[in-house]
Design a protein around this ligand. Structure first.
Ligand code: ADP
Ligand code: ZN
Length: 288
């Protein structure tokens, strides 16, 4: 059986094929441009490299209620051209194969659960701190979906008193994404986040915001593990800073595993999403 994965980010698309053991055979990446051009490239890849089932993780917001008339659509995204795009339907009619459809972070959470750092955990949360902030929640080995998918990137946080930067989120003055995603770090620092030295005090502010998010996730979902990934987390000094701030903020109100095992980097690095897509494709194929 050949499996396919799509990790559809707002900046780039990754398409891959793999086998039933989730080994990646082929992988391409290209920039996310218009829906027409981007989906045509995606379809062309899977016509050249046919697969039996597909796992798709998309940037959002997306519609993932199977009973909805717009199931499989990217819905209200501010990304130019992409609002109300029938992503899943376009692929299904071109490729005529079973396809799993979820958010990009759910896909990555599923990858980490299947082959990554959260394999032994019943409940885990995968958080990306990149161009945006988002999280996928695995609850007892299944992806958590409510009326729609969680949007924890827009949790409202307490702003640090000396932080005067204007939020980068057009909706919220004090949300996690607006205060702590990559673009917010770039703006606060006045330079690319990757160039800010590890000992800059700005990382303590950043760690406090990420820790607030982790506290709220802990209180809401009581997970066994919180995985932090995404471009900003390449600043690996953040892990200990986040754990320290988290410990102060939570103030031992609830029990967690030891923080070095609780707030952790991804096990699959950049491949969480693609491996998760292959795993979702495998699951879809088995149930079809
Ligand atoms: P995306 O979220 O679009 O999939 P990334 O996860 O790579 O992409 O996140 C991109 C963001 O991460 C950018 O805003 C960038 O400033 C930030 N970033 C990338 N590399 C680093 C780094 N080494 N240190 C800190 N921030 C980084
Ligand atoms: Zn927001």
């Amino acid at each position: 059986m050949k499996l396919g994965a799509i990790e559809a980010g707002g900046t780039k698309f990754v398409c891959a094929t793999g086998d039933e053991k989730l080994n990646i055979d082929k992988r391409i990446a290209f920039p996310t441009t218009t829906p027409e051009e981007t989906l045509a490239r995606t379809i062309a890849f899977f016509k050249e490299n046919p697969v039996d089932a597909l796992g798709i993780g998309s940037f959002g917001p997306i519609d993932l209620r199977p009973e909805s008339p717009t199931y499989g659509y990217v819905t209200s995204t501010p990304k130019p051209g992409w609002a109300n795009t029938d992503f899943l339907g376009t692929l299904r009619s071109a490729l005529a194969i079973p396809a799993a459809w979820t958010t990009d972070v759910n896909e990555a959470a599923f990858g980490e659960m299947t082959l990554g750092v959260s394999q032994a955990d019943d409940t885990s949360i995968y958080v990306t701190i990149g161009t945006g902030i988002g999280a996928g929640v695995v609850n007892r080995h299944a992806l958590y979906v409510g009326r729609t998918h969680p949007e924890v990137g827009h949790f409202i946080l307490h702003r640090q008193p000396d932080d005067t930067m204007v939020s980068t989120c057009p909706y919220h003055e004090n949300c996690a994404e607006g205060l702590a995603a990559g673009p917010a770090v770039n703006k606060r620092a006045g330079m690319a986040a990757k160039d800010v030295p590890a000992d800059n005090p700005l990382w303590t502010i950043e760690a406090n915001y990420i820790a607030q998010l982790c506290v709220d996730l802990t209180l809401a979902f009581a997970p066994d593990k919180i995985i932090l990934n995404g471009g900003v987390m390449h600043q690996t000094q953040l892990f200990n800073l986040v754990r320290r701030e988290f410990s102060e903020l939570l103030n031992d109100y609830v029990n967690t595993p030891p923080l070095t095992e609780y707030i952790v980097p991804a096990g699959l690095g950049e491949e969480s999403g693609v491996i998760g897509g292959l795993a979702l494709a495998r699951e879809t194929r088995r149930s079809n």
